[in-house]
Design a protein around this ligand. Structure first.
Ligand code: AMP
Length: 376
Protein backbone atom coordinates (compact mmCIF):
# COMPACT_ATOMS: atom_id res chain seq x y z
CA UNK A 1 0.00 0.00 0.00
CA UNK A 2 2.70 2.42 1.07
CA UNK A 3 4.73 1.35 -1.95
CA UNK A 4 1.87 2.07 -4.33
CA UNK A 5 1.28 5.51 -2.88
CA UNK A 6 4.93 6.33 -3.26
CA UNK A 7 5.05 4.94 -6.77
CA UNK A 8 2.28 7.20 -7.98
CA UNK A 9 4.03 10.15 -6.41
CA UNK A 10 7.25 9.70 -8.29
CA UNK A 11 7.24 11.82 -11.40
CA UNK A 12 9.63 13.38 -13.90
CA UNK A 13 13.03 14.45 -12.85
CA UNK A 14 12.87 18.06 -11.96
CA UNK A 15 16.38 18.82 -10.76
CA UNK A 16 19.13 19.30 -13.33
CA UNK A 17 22.07 17.14 -12.69
CA UNK A 18 25.28 19.02 -13.20
CA UNK A 19 27.04 15.81 -14.08
CA UNK A 20 24.43 15.35 -16.80
CA UNK A 21 23.92 11.74 -15.86
CA UNK A 22 20.18 11.65 -15.32
CA UNK A 23 18.80 14.65 -17.12
CA UNK A 24 15.16 14.15 -18.00
CA UNK A 25 15.20 10.51 -16.94
CA UNK A 26 11.97 9.19 -15.54
CA UNK A 27 11.04 6.51 -13.09
CA UNK A 28 9.21 3.88 -15.10
CA UNK A 29 5.59 3.25 -14.26
CA UNK A 30 6.34 -0.38 -13.58
CA UNK A 31 9.38 0.16 -11.44
CA UNK A 32 9.06 -1.13 -7.93
CA UNK A 33 9.80 1.01 -4.94
CA UNK A 34 11.46 -0.41 -1.90
CA UNK A 35 11.76 1.39 1.33
CA UNK A 36 12.64 -1.89 2.97
CA UNK A 37 14.82 -1.95 6.00
CA UNK A 38 17.50 -3.82 4.07
CA UNK A 39 18.01 -1.12 1.44
CA UNK A 40 17.66 1.49 4.13
CA UNK A 41 20.31 -0.09 6.23
CA UNK A 42 22.59 -0.51 3.20
CA UNK A 43 22.52 3.19 2.47
CA UNK A 44 23.01 3.90 6.11
CA UNK A 45 25.81 1.39 6.26
CA UNK A 46 27.61 3.04 3.35
CA UNK A 47 27.32 6.40 5.05
CA UNK A 48 28.46 5.14 8.42
CA UNK A 49 31.21 2.94 7.02
CA UNK A 50 32.72 5.86 5.23
CA UNK A 51 32.35 8.08 8.22
CA UNK A 52 34.38 5.57 10.17
CA UNK A 53 36.97 5.11 7.43
CA UNK A 54 37.46 8.81 7.21
CA UNK A 55 37.58 9.24 10.94
CA UNK A 56 40.66 7.06 10.99
CA UNK A 57 42.30 8.85 8.08
CA UNK A 58 45.31 10.84 9.08
CA UNK A 59 44.48 13.96 7.12
CA UNK A 60 41.44 16.03 7.95
CA UNK A 61 39.16 16.94 5.12
CA UNK A 62 36.60 19.72 5.08
CA UNK A 63 32.97 18.65 4.76
CA UNK A 64 30.98 19.68 1.73
CA UNK A 65 29.28 22.62 3.37
CA UNK A 66 32.39 23.94 5.00
CA UNK A 67 34.39 23.67 1.80
CA UNK A 68 31.62 25.39 -0.08
CA UNK A 69 31.15 28.18 2.42
CA UNK A 70 34.88 28.69 2.89
CA UNK A 71 35.54 29.06 -0.80
CA UNK A 72 32.86 31.72 -0.89
CA UNK A 73 34.10 33.37 2.27
CA UNK A 74 30.88 32.54 4.07
CA UNK A 75 32.18 31.24 7.33
CA UNK A 76 31.01 33.67 10.01
CA UNK A 77 32.30 34.27 13.48
CA UNK A 78 29.39 32.52 15.18
CA UNK A 79 30.37 29.41 13.30
CA UNK A 80 33.83 29.25 14.76
CA UNK A 81 32.41 29.66 18.26
CA UNK A 82 29.86 26.93 17.67
CA UNK A 83 32.42 24.63 16.16
CA UNK A 84 34.85 24.82 19.00
CA UNK A 85 32.08 24.39 21.54
CA UNK A 86 30.72 21.42 19.64
CA UNK A 87 34.02 19.76 19.11
CA UNK A 88 33.09 16.10 19.75
CA UNK A 89 30.28 16.13 17.21
CA UNK A 90 31.98 18.43 14.73
CA UNK A 91 35.07 16.29 14.78
CA UNK A 92 33.15 13.46 13.16
CA UNK A 93 31.84 15.76 10.49
CA UNK A 94 35.15 17.35 9.69
CA UNK A 95 36.18 13.94 8.46
CA UNK A 96 32.81 13.41 6.81
CA UNK A 97 33.02 11.82 3.40
CA UNK A 98 29.59 12.43 1.90
CA UNK A 99 31.10 14.57 -0.83
CA UNK A 100 32.97 11.51 -2.09
CA UNK A 101 30.11 9.07 -1.79
CA UNK A 102 26.89 10.74 -2.92
CA UNK A 103 26.03 12.64 -6.09
CA UNK A 104 22.83 13.60 -7.84
CA UNK A 105 23.20 10.93 -10.50
CA UNK A 106 22.63 8.30 -7.82
CA UNK A 107 19.02 9.43 -7.41
CA UNK A 108 15.83 9.40 -9.39
CA UNK A 109 13.89 12.51 -8.47
CA UNK A 110 10.15 12.45 -7.92
CA UNK A 111 7.54 15.01 -7.07
CA UNK A 112 8.20 18.04 -4.89
CA UNK A 113 7.20 17.32 -1.29
CA UNK A 114 7.32 20.88 -0.11
CA UNK A 115 9.04 24.18 -0.18
CA UNK A 116 11.02 25.47 2.74
CA UNK A 117 12.60 28.81 3.46
CA UNK A 118 15.71 28.08 1.41
CA UNK A 119 14.83 25.41 -1.08
CA UNK A 120 12.66 22.55 -2.11
CA UNK A 121 12.28 19.00 -0.91
CA UNK A 122 11.72 16.21 -3.44
CA UNK A 123 10.73 12.61 -3.16
CA UNK A 124 13.72 10.64 -4.43
CA UNK A 125 14.90 7.10 -4.89
CA UNK A 126 18.45 5.92 -4.77
CA UNK A 127 18.99 4.01 -8.01
CA UNK A 128 21.02 1.03 -6.91
CA UNK A 129 19.18 -0.04 -3.77
CA UNK A 130 15.78 1.46 -4.67
CA UNK A 131 15.93 3.26 -1.38
CA UNK A 132 13.23 5.91 -1.07
CA UNK A 133 14.17 9.15 0.64
CA UNK A 134 13.55 12.89 0.59
CA UNK A 135 16.12 15.09 -1.09
CA UNK A 136 16.35 18.62 0.22
CA UNK A 137 17.90 21.03 -2.24
CA UNK A 138 19.36 24.24 -0.83
CA UNK A 139 20.78 27.01 -2.99
CA UNK A 140 24.12 28.26 -1.72
CA UNK A 141 23.43 31.78 -2.98
CA UNK A 142 20.20 31.95 -0.98
CA UNK A 143 21.88 30.62 2.13
CA UNK A 144 24.57 33.21 1.70
CA UNK A 145 22.10 36.05 1.16
CA UNK A 146 20.15 35.08 4.24
CA UNK A 147 23.20 34.32 6.34
CA UNK A 148 21.80 30.86 6.92
CA UNK A 149 24.94 28.79 6.35
CA UNK A 150 25.34 28.30 10.09
CA UNK A 151 21.82 26.99 10.38
CA UNK A 152 22.45 24.46 7.63
CA UNK A 153 25.78 23.52 9.08
CA UNK A 154 24.08 22.83 12.41
CA UNK A 155 21.36 20.84 10.74
CA UNK A 156 23.95 18.63 9.05
CA UNK A 157 26.31 18.28 11.97
CA UNK A 158 23.66 17.46 14.50
CA UNK A 159 21.05 15.56 12.53
CA UNK A 160 23.50 13.20 10.85
CA UNK A 161 24.58 11.94 14.25
CA UNK A 162 21.10 11.10 15.51
CA UNK A 163 19.37 7.74 15.31
CA UNK A 164 15.93 7.54 16.87
CA UNK A 165 12.56 6.42 15.47
CA UNK A 166 11.01 9.79 16.30
CA UNK A 167 13.85 11.89 14.91
CA UNK A 168 14.09 12.43 11.14
CA UNK A 169 17.25 10.81 9.85
CA UNK A 170 19.79 12.61 7.75
CA UNK A 171 21.62 9.92 5.78
CA UNK A 172 24.15 12.13 4.10
CA UNK A 173 24.77 15.22 2.06
CA UNK A 174 26.60 16.36 -1.05
CA UNK A 175 26.88 19.48 -3.12
CA UNK A 176 27.59 20.90 -6.54
CA UNK A 177 28.67 24.39 -7.45
CA UNK A 178 25.29 25.98 -6.68
CA UNK A 179 23.43 23.65 -4.37
CA UNK A 180 23.65 21.59 -1.26
CA UNK A 181 21.65 18.35 -1.13
CA UNK A 182 20.50 16.71 2.09
CA UNK A 183 19.47 13.06 1.90
CA UNK A 184 16.67 12.74 4.43
CA UNK A 185 14.41 10.02 5.68
CA UNK A 186 11.07 10.24 3.84
CA UNK A 187 8.18 11.09 6.15
CA UNK A 188 5.22 9.62 4.26
CA UNK A 189 2.44 11.60 5.92
CA UNK A 190 4.08 15.00 5.69
CA UNK A 191 3.81 17.90 8.08
CA UNK A 192 2.10 17.49 11.44
CA UNK A 193 1.09 21.14 11.17
CA UNK A 194 -1.17 20.33 8.21
CA UNK A 195 -2.83 17.46 10.10
CA UNK A 196 -3.45 19.78 13.02
CA UNK A 197 -4.88 22.58 10.87
CA UNK A 198 -7.16 20.08 9.18
CA UNK A 199 -8.35 18.56 12.45
CA UNK A 200 -8.37 21.99 14.19
CA UNK A 201 -7.44 20.20 17.39
CA UNK A 202 -6.51 16.62 18.20
CA UNK A 203 -8.52 14.28 20.41
CA UNK A 204 -6.78 13.75 23.75
CA UNK A 205 -5.79 10.20 22.90
CA UNK A 206 -3.93 11.24 19.78
CA UNK A 207 -2.39 14.27 21.49
CA UNK A 208 -1.15 12.03 24.33
CA UNK A 209 0.39 9.58 21.88
CA UNK A 210 2.23 12.39 20.10
CA UNK A 211 3.41 13.90 23.37
CA UNK A 212 4.69 10.49 24.48
CA UNK A 213 6.70 10.17 21.27
CA UNK A 214 7.99 13.72 21.61
CA UNK A 215 9.08 13.03 25.18
CA UNK A 216 10.88 9.90 24.06
CA UNK A 217 12.68 11.73 21.23
CA UNK A 218 13.58 14.70 23.43
CA UNK A 219 14.97 12.40 26.11
CA UNK A 220 17.20 10.88 23.47
CA UNK A 221 18.31 14.30 22.21
CA UNK A 222 19.01 15.62 25.69
CA UNK A 223 20.99 12.51 26.54
CA UNK A 224 23.15 13.42 23.56
CA UNK A 225 23.34 17.01 24.82
CA UNK A 226 21.31 18.28 21.90
CA UNK A 227 18.77 21.04 22.63
CA UNK A 228 16.31 21.39 19.76
CA UNK A 229 15.19 24.96 20.60
CA UNK A 230 12.54 25.16 17.87
CA UNK A 231 9.87 22.62 18.74
CA UNK A 232 6.58 23.49 16.99
CA UNK A 233 4.13 21.62 14.73
CA UNK A 234 5.78 23.01 11.56
CA UNK A 235 9.01 21.23 12.51
CA UNK A 236 7.45 17.85 13.11
CA UNK A 237 6.81 15.39 10.29
CA UNK A 238 4.66 12.28 10.30
CA UNK A 239 5.99 8.92 9.13
CA UNK A 240 4.12 6.41 7.03
CA UNK A 241 2.84 4.60 10.15
CA UNK A 242 1.64 7.80 11.80
CA UNK A 243 4.70 8.10 14.01
CA UNK A 244 6.13 11.55 14.49
CA UNK A 245 9.59 12.62 13.39
CA UNK A 246 11.22 15.69 14.83
CA UNK A 247 12.96 17.58 12.04
CA UNK A 248 14.50 20.95 11.33
CA UNK A 249 17.58 21.08 13.48
CA UNK A 250 18.54 24.50 12.12
CA UNK A 251 18.18 26.07 15.53
CA UNK A 252 19.34 23.14 17.58
CA UNK A 253 22.62 23.11 19.39
CA UNK A 254 25.03 20.56 20.75
CA UNK A 255 25.97 22.06 24.10
CA UNK A 256 27.43 19.58 26.55
CA UNK A 257 27.47 21.20 29.95
CA UNK A 258 26.96 24.66 28.52
CA UNK A 259 24.26 27.14 29.23
CA UNK A 260 23.42 29.12 26.14
CA UNK A 261 22.56 32.73 25.57
CA UNK A 262 21.52 32.95 21.93
CA UNK A 263 17.97 34.20 21.37
CA UNK A 264 16.29 32.02 18.77
CA UNK A 265 13.23 29.94 17.93
CA UNK A 266 9.65 31.02 17.39
CA UNK A 267 8.10 33.61 19.73
CA UNK A 268 4.98 31.59 20.63
CA UNK A 269 7.14 28.69 21.78
CA UNK A 270 9.88 30.62 23.56
CA UNK A 271 10.21 30.06 27.30
CA UNK A 272 10.29 32.91 29.85
CA UNK A 273 14.03 32.50 30.53
CA UNK A 274 14.82 33.27 26.89
CA UNK A 275 12.75 36.42 26.60
CA UNK A 276 12.63 37.92 30.06
CA UNK A 277 13.07 41.66 29.46
CA UNK A 278 15.81 43.40 31.40
CA UNK A 279 17.25 40.19 32.74
CA UNK A 280 21.04 40.13 32.71
CA UNK A 281 21.06 36.37 33.04
CA UNK A 282 18.86 35.04 30.29
CA UNK A 283 20.90 31.91 29.79
CA UNK A 284 19.07 28.65 29.41
CA UNK A 285 19.51 24.92 29.07
CA UNK A 286 17.67 21.89 27.67
CA UNK A 287 14.62 22.75 29.80
CA UNK A 288 13.59 25.19 27.05
CA UNK A 289 12.42 22.11 25.15
CA UNK A 290 10.18 21.13 28.11
CA UNK A 291 8.41 24.48 27.95
CA UNK A 292 8.02 24.09 24.17
CA UNK A 293 6.60 20.61 24.75
CA UNK A 294 3.96 22.19 27.01
CA UNK A 295 3.13 24.79 24.35
CA UNK A 296 2.93 22.02 21.75
CA UNK A 297 0.62 19.95 23.96
CA UNK A 298 -1.63 22.97 24.45
CA UNK A 299 -1.74 23.60 20.70
CA UNK A 300 -2.57 19.93 20.04
CA UNK A 301 -5.49 20.09 22.48
CA UNK A 302 -6.79 23.60 21.81
CA UNK A 303 -5.76 24.29 18.21
CA UNK A 304 -3.73 27.40 18.96
CA UNK A 305 -0.70 28.24 21.08
CA UNK A 306 -1.45 29.35 24.67
CA UNK A 307 0.15 32.80 24.46
CA UNK A 308 -0.82 33.73 20.89
CA UNK A 309 -1.24 37.50 20.71
CA UNK A 310 0.59 40.56 19.39
CA UNK A 311 4.37 40.17 19.82
CA UNK A 312 4.49 42.51 22.83
CA UNK A 313 1.52 40.84 24.50
CA UNK A 314 2.83 37.34 23.74
CA UNK A 315 6.10 38.21 25.43
CA UNK A 316 4.29 39.62 28.44
CA UNK A 317 1.96 36.67 28.69
CA UNK A 318 4.77 34.13 28.44
CA UNK A 319 6.75 35.75 31.23
CA UNK A 320 3.65 35.73 33.45
CA UNK A 321 2.42 32.38 32.19
CA UNK A 322 -0.84 34.10 31.44
CA UNK A 323 -2.90 31.37 29.77
CA UNK A 324 -6.43 30.06 29.82
CA UNK A 325 -7.06 26.36 29.49
CA UNK A 326 -10.52 25.71 27.98
CA UNK A 327 -12.94 23.71 30.10
CA UNK A 328 -13.12 20.83 27.58
CA UNK A 329 -9.50 19.90 28.39
CA UNK A 330 -9.48 16.99 30.85
CA UNK A 331 -8.22 17.38 34.40
CA UNK A 332 -5.28 15.04 33.72
CA UNK A 333 -4.18 16.93 30.61
CA UNK A 334 -4.56 20.21 32.49
CA UNK A 335 -2.33 18.84 35.24
CA UNK A 336 0.45 17.91 32.81
CA UNK A 337 0.20 21.25 31.00
CA UNK A 338 0.64 23.11 34.26
CA UNK A 339 3.63 20.96 35.17
CA UNK A 340 5.38 21.66 31.88
CA UNK A 341 4.52 25.32 31.53
CA UNK A 342 6.33 26.38 34.68
CA UNK A 343 8.11 29.74 34.59
CA UNK A 344 11.07 28.50 36.64
CA UNK A 345 12.84 25.96 34.37
CA UNK A 346 13.93 23.92 37.38
CA UNK A 347 10.30 23.31 38.28
CA UNK A 348 9.34 21.75 34.94
CA UNK A 349 8.41 18.08 34.93
CA UNK A 350 11.35 15.97 33.67
CA UNK A 351 10.75 14.01 30.45
CA UNK A 352 10.83 10.66 32.21
CA UNK A 353 7.99 11.82 34.44
CA UNK A 354 6.12 13.12 31.39
CA UNK A 355 6.23 9.60 29.98
CA UNK A 356 4.91 8.26 33.29
CA UNK A 357 2.22 10.89 33.71
CA UNK A 358 -1.31 9.39 34.09
CA UNK A 359 -2.60 11.36 31.06
CA UNK A 360 0.11 9.79 28.89
CA UNK A 361 -0.04 6.26 30.26
CA UNK A 362 -3.84 6.23 30.08
CA UNK A 363 -3.77 6.84 26.33
CA UNK A 364 -0.65 4.95 25.31
CA UNK A 365 0.29 1.33 25.26
CA UNK A 366 3.75 0.73 26.69
CA UNK A 367 5.31 -0.26 23.36
CA UNK A 368 3.90 2.87 21.76
CA UNK A 369 5.78 5.11 24.13
CA UNK A 370 8.90 4.47 22.10
CA UNK A 371 7.84 4.75 18.50
CA UNK A 372 4.13 5.17 18.13
CA UNK A 373 2.25 2.72 15.98
CA UNK A 374 -1.15 4.09 15.28
CA UNK A 375 -2.24 6.08 12.29
CA UNK A 376 -3.21 9.68 12.90
P1 AMP B 1 11.73 22.33 5.00
O1 AMP B 1 12.56 23.03 3.99
O2 AMP B 1 12.49 21.33 5.81
O3 AMP B 1 10.91 23.28 5.84
O4 AMP B 1 10.67 21.46 4.16
C1 AMP B 1 9.67 22.04 3.37
C2 AMP B 1 8.49 21.10 3.30
O5 AMP B 1 8.85 19.92 2.61
C3 AMP B 1 7.98 20.64 4.64
O6 AMP B 1 7.09 21.53 5.18
C4 AMP B 1 7.35 19.29 4.32
O7 AMP B 1 6.04 19.47 3.84
C5 AMP B 1 8.22 18.78 3.19
N1 AMP B 1 9.27 17.88 3.69
C6 AMP B 1 10.47 18.26 4.17
N2 AMP B 1 11.21 17.20 4.53
C7 AMP B 1 10.45 16.11 4.29
C8 AMP B 1 10.65 14.70 4.48
N3 AMP B 1 11.77 14.23 4.98
N4 AMP B 1 9.64 13.88 4.12
C9 AMP B 1 8.48 14.37 3.62
N5 AMP B 1 8.24 15.68 3.42
C10 AMP B 1 9.20 16.55 3.75
Amino acid sequence: MATRILETRLEHLSIDNETGKNKKSKIGATSTLHSSSSSQSTLLKVALQNQLQNASAASLRLPAVEAATRSKGLVGTEKSNETSRNEPMSATLVREPAIKIFHLGMFEIGKPLGKGKFGRVYLAREREHKFVCALKVLYKSELQQNRAEIQVRREIEIQSNLRHPNVLKLYGHFHDSKRIFLILEFAGQGELYKHLRKAQRFPERKAAQYIAQMACALRYLHRKHVIHRDIKPENILVGIHGEIKISDFGWSVHAPGNRRKTYCGTLDYLPPEMIKPGSSDNSYDEKVDLWALGVLMYEFLVGEAPFEDSPIMTTRRIVNRDMTIPSYVSAEARDLLKKLLVVDPRGRLPLKKVQQHPWVTKHCQTDMLATGSENP
